[in-house]
Design a binder for this molecule. Structure first.
Ligand code: SDX
Length: 427
């Protein structure tokens, strides 16, 4: 047991217990600090704050380590499947072959959406950003699945979890189809989770669609890389929404909205747009200079991370996957060379080295997704599709955590002190 932390304040001494997890930093339990001192802590952006205890994902930012229930992301990406990782995150252990088959079949059987949900899409302009559609349609799911919104019923929590994981690819594919004016395709239960998504996205009713096994494998791996990532902004949003007792469909819609931001999940779309704007390696120095210029708001999208101060292990797998997809599809996007050159130049530049800015999961993903045929506007939708597994697992963990209560941070007030109202005629 670690000695308590002591705080000297206004000539008084206070002690706060230090809690240890299985690995990673200890935490100072300051739950009684305000009651005892009358002061709040101040931590905008939560750079030094643990919001919960969790057994799902561990990140060591200095070493570039990412574990899901103790299994390294590199091993899961190479040897596992997205459905198996979903089971692992939800249940805590790798499934047996029979358990995985049962789980996958259950998810498959929930992939269809209520037929009336299709009507929601027609309310959007065809040029609506697919993430706007995802926010709206996923939020609307609670209007169709009332029988799985009682968060205190474990059976309903399980059904809602399965429905969300199963229906998110169908809704994502529908968002894409609506944007290109093609008819929606129903799920095909004979296909894998990822194969089914590819067919619903790129297939048409007029002819059979053959899933390319290499693309299916690469897409499944990309889903694994995006499945969960500790208490990132969108996961924290899902947990905060869930802490009020909101139903799981509304919580996941809140997570989707947060993920959309370019500082978070929207970075994959922004990173590819940046690479397209840079165009050729000759223009890289101009953009490196802009990224370093304090007076220029431009940042290298897909670079830097709040936690990783080393190479994001997901970016390593992602870069390797680019080559596999290019070989499988016999394509070669010159933007990949530009990305590789940009990384090389940045990682040898004092600014990026000193600030420990490395490529993150979003830096290479756009090159792959573009090669597979997704428009840039769908990149964050794909991130949301995969992260729904993590959000659902984190939401379930939060709901069953005896420590959890409604999240309600305080503030450092900097507004006016009380003053009398002045009628408009006297102002
Ligand atoms: C994701 O949290 C997660 O786990 C997220 C995620 C997940 O799986 O859920 O990993 C997914 O969101 C990955 C991050 C994707 N975002 C981007 O690629 C956008 C570009 N990166 C940044 O904007 C930034 O790096 C953040 C938002 C990712 C992290 O920001 P922090 O931790 O708040 O750090 P900061 O903004 O305070 O930056 C520290 C310094 C600053 O310089 P100083 O003011 O100290 O002089 O580094 C600089 C920043 O200006 N900096 C960059 C930079 N990122 C940080 N400078 C140039 N280019 C960048 N990309």
């Amino acid at each position: 047991m670690t000695d308590p932390a002591t705080l000297a304040l206004d000539g008084k001494g206070f002690e706060y217990p230090v809690m240890s997890g299985t690995i990673g930093p200890d935490v100072i339990d300051i739950r009684k600090l305000y009651a005892q001192t009358g002061d709040f802590t101040y931590d905008p952006g939560f750079t030094s704050t643990a919001s919960c205890r969790s057994a799902l994902t561990y990140i060591d930012g200095d070493e570039g380590v990412l574990l899901h229930r103790g299994y390294a992301i590199g091993e899961l990406a190479e040897q596992s499947s997205f459905m198996e990782v979903a089971y692992l995150l939800l249940r805590g252990e790798l499934p047996t072959a029979d358990e995985l088959k049962t789980f996958s079949t259950t998810i498959t059987r929930h992939t269809m959406v209520h037929e009336q949900l299709a009507a929601f899409f027609r309310g959007f302009r065809r040029d609506a950003h697919p993430m706007a559609i995802m926010c709206g349609v996923v939020g609307a799911l609670s209007a169709f699945y009332h029988d799985s919104t009682d968060i205190h019923d474990p059976v309903q929590r399980t059904i809602a979890s399965h429905r969300l994981i199963a229906k998110i690819p169908t809704i994502a594919a529908m968002a894409y189809k609506y944007s290109v004016g093609q008819p929606f395709l129903y799920p095909d239960n004979s296909l894998s989770y990822t194969g089914n998504f590819l067919r619903m996205t790129f297939g048409v009713p007029a002819e059979p669609y053959e899933v390319n096994p290499a693309v299916e494998k690469a897409m499944d791996r990309i889903f694994i890389l995006h499945a969960d990532h500790e208490q990132n902004a969108s996961t924290s949003t899902v947990r905060l929404a869930g802490s009020s007792g909101a139903n799981p469909f509304a919580c996941i819609a809140a997570g989707i909205a947060c993920l959309w931001g370019p500082a978070h999940g929207g970075a994959n779309e922004a990173a590819l747009n940046m690479l397209r704007e840079i165009g050729t390696p000759e223009r890289i120095p101009e953009y490196i200079a802009r990224a370093k210029d304090k007076n220029d708001p431009f940042r290298l999208m897909g670079f830097g991370h709040r936690v990783y101060k080393n190479y994001d292990p997901r970016a390593t797998v992602m870069q390797k996957t680019v080559r596999e997809v290019f070989d499988a599809l016999k394509v070669n996007d010159p933007l990949f060379e530009t990305a590789l050159r940009l990384e090389e130049i940045a990682l040898n530049d004092e600014y990026f080295v000193e600030k420990k800015l490395f490529p993150n999961v979003d830096f290479y993903s756009g090159v792959i997704l573009s090669a597979i045929g997704f428009p840039t506007s769908m990149f964050t939708v794909l991130f949301a599709l995969a992260r729904t597994v993590g959000w659902v697992a984190q939401w379930n963990e939060m709901i069953t955590d005896p420590d959890q209560k409604i999240g309600r941070p305080r503030q450092l007030y900097t507004g006016p002190t009380q003053r009398p109202y002045v009628p408009v005629g006297q102002r």
